[in-house]
Design a binder for this molecule. Structure first.
Ligand code: FAD
Length: 380
């Protein structure tokens, strides 16, 4: 078989690309080539084992699988079991720690009071009524109108400034419709029915998804370097950036990028939880990840632990795109790219980069499954 002579080529071996490849071979019974420009499969969900400690590290930030979609859970469960990890987020502010989202522990501890669950709603209402903001004009005013100034300034303001590198007064009010708070001590971050981490790690999950006699995988292969070698009639499933596909002809879509500083600490447990947020503006990073906590069932006797400090930064071409910024300008450009995409035959844009939107993993899988449903309908 000539190098790129396939009926189907999937560009990108992330969770979207792996899902599409698997569905195509199973439903169409035709050969698929998966290419990725990186040297590993799994896209941003990739994980690898730290050689010094044996701890599985998430290379692009902590990824916790959670979903309410039984279909997605059933699909992925064919390739992995999940452990029983339940995510909890703790925030440090001025040297003290609180649960996030704001719950009864956060409120009582922060204000030095002892409310009971049925008093929370009224208390928050009193806080937010102090400034009488009836028509919030920006994110700051909106947040204050929802939870009051004190909680906003402690838990939202600094984090937002670091995450988006701008004044919350310059961000539109519509970004937030609500700020969740809990009336009790419940501190699980996600409420989805299905949650956990792949038992043998993300790397093994993606290997299992692509393990099929009709799937070939080629890494360190950039689509744009080999595009001319792919036959015209080949169906392409492109999960790279949509603006790159069209050579940025309508301009760049904007992203936020991240930088992770990994460190091995000479203690068995550094912070007692997988993800610690840092709300103070003076602390330059937004979070510290400590990966051992994601796998409570695994034994680790190195006496050491791996952490990663997460820094948010502006994106420029060549950096890894993480979060779509989604300005008005971006939305206009995206519309133009979508119009271009609709005119093309044999190419499907998918995934977080191909559709320029933030997808949790389960939503990325669901969108990929639905794309394949459509293709299958068309085929029959
Ligand atoms: P990607 O994973 O980005 O895969 C796209 C692949 O395409 C990449 O491997 C890339 O190398 C390849 N590619 C791009 N261009 C080319 C090209 N020209 N040629 C060849 N290959 C190319 N979701 C959750 O559900 N839970 C979480 O806890 C969670 N945490 C997250 C934390 C962070 C910091 C971020 C940013 C996201 C998080 N997500 C989480 C979302 C999750 O990362 C996405 O749902 C997932 O990565 C989407 O997969 P994808 O396949 O669409 O894209």
């Amino acid at each position: 078989m000539a190098q790129f002579d396939y009926r189907h080529v999937v560009v990108g071996a992330g969770i979207t690309g792996c899902t599409i490849a698997r569905r195509i071979v199973e439903d169409f019974g035709e050969r698929v080539l998966v290419i990725d420009r990186r040297d590993h499969i799994g896209g941003n969900c990739h994980s690898s084992v730290d050689p010094q400690t044996g701890i599985e590290v998430h290379n692009y930030g902590t990824h916790i699988f959670h979903t309410a979609e039984k279909r997605v859970w059933n699909f992925l469960s064919r390739f992995t079991e999940f452990n029983s990890y339940r995510h909890k987020v703790v925030t440090t502010y001025q040297g003290r720690t609180y649960h996030m989202p704001v719950n009864l522990q956060t409120i009582n501890s922060f204000f030095g009071i002892n409310l009971r669950p049925h008093e929370v709603e009224g208390f928050i209402r009193e806080q937010s009524a102090k400034e009488r903001i009836s028509d919030p004009r920006n994110l700051e005013e909106k947040a204050i109108s929802l939870i009051g100034r004190e909680l906003y300034e402690s838990f939202v303001k600094g984090y937002t400034v670091k995450q988006w590198e701008c004044d919350p007064r310059d961000l539109p009010a519509e970004i937030i419709t609500r700020l969740p708070f809990r009336h009790g001590y419940e501190c699980d971050y996600f409420t989805d029915r299905y949650q956990g981490l792949p038992w043998d790690g993300y790397a093994r999950l993606f290997e299992n998804m692509l393990e099929h006699e009709l799937i070939d995988v080629r890494l360190e292969t950039d689509f744009f370097a080999v595009r001319a070698d792919i036959p015209q009639q080949t169906a392409i499933y492109y999960t790279g950036p949509v603006d790159r596909y069209f050579d940025y002809s309508y301009g760049e879509l904007s992203w936020r990028s991240l930088r992770f500083e990994y460190e091995v600490e000479a203690v068995a447990d550094y912070q007692g939880t997988a993800v610690m947020n840092f709300a103070d503006i003076e602390v330059p990073y937004t979070r510290i990840h400590e990966f051992r906590h994601l796998y409570p069932e695994r034994e680790s006797d190195s006496g050491k632990t791996v952490i990663a400090r997460e820094f948010s930064m502006k994106w420029k071409q060549g950096d890894e795109p993480y979060y779509p910024v989604n300005t008005d300008e971006d939305r206009k450009r995206l519309k133009l790219y979508r119009q271009e995409a609709e005119r093309l035959e044999n190419i499907h844009f998918a995934g977080r980069l191909g559709r320029y939107r933030y997808y949790d993993m389960d939503k990325a899988v669901l969108a990929a499954l639905e794309l394949c449903d459509e293709l299958l309908q068309f085929k029959q």
